[in-house]
Write a protein that binds this ligand. Structure first.
Ligand SMILES: Nc1ncnc2c1ncn2[C@@H]1O[C@H](COP(=O)(O)OP(=O)(O)O)[C@@H](O)[C@H]1O
Ligand SMILES: [Mg+2]
Length: 261
C-alpha cells in the first residue's frame, strides 16, 4: 500500500509546491511509482509537473463524486498526477454534507495500492481541503522559511493536526519540519531554526537534517515544465532535494519495495 505524504503549512510562499514537486520527481527518479495530488485551487503543482489543468477533470470532480478516478489521473513524464484548478475553491461552501472530511480519502481509495508513494500538495489555508488532506494522509511534512513571521500561526497548524488526529485519523504523523530558503550564515536563520526546533518538540517531531538552500533553479524550473533535477542538476537546491528524498526513505517505516512498472 502506498505511503501518503502531504506537504502542509497555511502560509503561502514557504515552498510547499516546490517541495511536493521535487519529492514527486525525486522518488520517481529512484524507480518508485508516484502519484501527485494537487489540492490547491491555484493549481501550481499540476503546472510544475507539466499537466493540463484548465480544461481537465480534476480533484474537484473526484471529491464531488462526478468523475471516475481513472479519468482524473493524468500521466506525464512517468508520473501520475491528479490536477486542481480554481473550481476547487468552491469546496468550502459546496462540500457541506456529512462526511465532507473524507472525500479525498474515499476518492483515492480505489488506486491507493497502485502506487509506492502519494504526495499531496495543500493550499495556504486551514480549511476543508487541508482537513481532507490530513484525513487521507499517513504523514505530514511542514516546510518553513527561516523568518520570524513564518513561525506565527504554527500553533493553529498544530491544533488542526491534533484535531484531525483525535477525531478522524489517529495514525497521522508529522514526519518533520523542513527549513527552506536556508542560509546557515545568517544570524536570523539560526535564531529561527532554534525556535523551529522548539515548535518541533511541541509537535512531537523533528527538523529534517536536510535544509533546502535558496536557488533560482527552484523558481525557474516550473516555467520549463521540467523538474529541478533535469533543469539544473548541479544547483544547491537540487542536491538538497536529492538528499531530502534519501533522508525520507531512510526514515523508519518509510521505505517501500518499488512496484514493477
Ligand atoms: N529553495 C528555494 N530557492 C529559491 N526559490 C524558492 C525556493 N523554494 C521556493 N522558492 C520560490 O518561492 C516561491 C514560493 O514557493 P512555493 O513552492 O510556491 O510555496 P507555497 O506552495 O508554499 O506557496 C516560488 O516562487 C518558488 O519558486
Ligand atoms: Mg503552493
Amino acid at each position: 500500500m502506498a505511503k501518503i505524504i502531504a506537504i502542509t503549512n497555511q502560509k503561502g510562499g514557504v515552498g510547499k509546491t516546490s517541495t511536493a514537486s521535487a519529492l514527486v520527481s525525486g522518488l520517481q527518479e529512484k524507480g518508485y511509482k508516484v502519484l501527485a495530488i494537487d489540492l490547491d485551487p491555484q493549481g501550481n503543482l499540476g503546472f510544475c509537473l507539466g499537466v493540463e489543468n484548465e480544461n481537465a477533470l480534476t480533484v474537484y470532480e473526484l471529491m464531488k463524486g462526478t468523475a471516475n478516478i481513472r479519468r482524473v489521473v493524468q500521466s506525464h513524464n512517468g508520473v501520475d498526477v491528479i490536477p486542481a484548478n480554481i473550481l476547487l475553491s468552491k469546496a468550502e461552501l459546496e462540500f457541506s454534507d456529512f462526511g465532507r472530511e473524507f472525500l479525498l480519502k474515499k476518492g483515492i481509495a480505489p488506486i491507493k495500492d497502485d502506487y509506492d508513494y502519494i504526495i499531496i500538495d495543500t493550499p495556504p489555508a486551514l480549511n476543508i481541503l487541508t482537513v481532507n488532506a490530513y484525513v487521507a494522509t499517513d504523514f505530514l511534512i511542514i516546510p518553513m522559511v527561516p523568518e520570524i513571521l513564518s513561525l506565527m500561526g504554527i500553533s493553529q497548524l498544530a491544533e488542526t493536526v491534533n484535531l484531525v488526529k483525535g477525531v478522524f485519523n489517529p495514525n497521522i504523523e508529522v514526519l518533520g519540519i523542513l527549513l527552506n530558503k536556508y542560509d546557515g550564515r545568517r544570524v536570523l536563520t539560526r535564531d529561527v531554526e532554534e525556535m523551529a526546533r522548539m515548535v518541533g518538540t511541541e509537535m512531537n517531531t523533528k527538523i529534517f537534517k536536510t535544509k533546502i538552500r535558496q536557488s533560482v533553479a527552484v523558481a525557474e524550473a516550473p516555467a520549463h515544465g521540467i523538474s529541478i533535477y533535469e533543469y539544473s542538476p548541479k544547483s544547491n537546491a537540487t542536491k538538497d532535494y536529492r538528499q531530502l528524498v534519501d533522508e525520507i526513505i531512510a526514515q523508519r517505516g518509510m521505505k517501500v519495495n518499488a512496484k514493477k512498472k
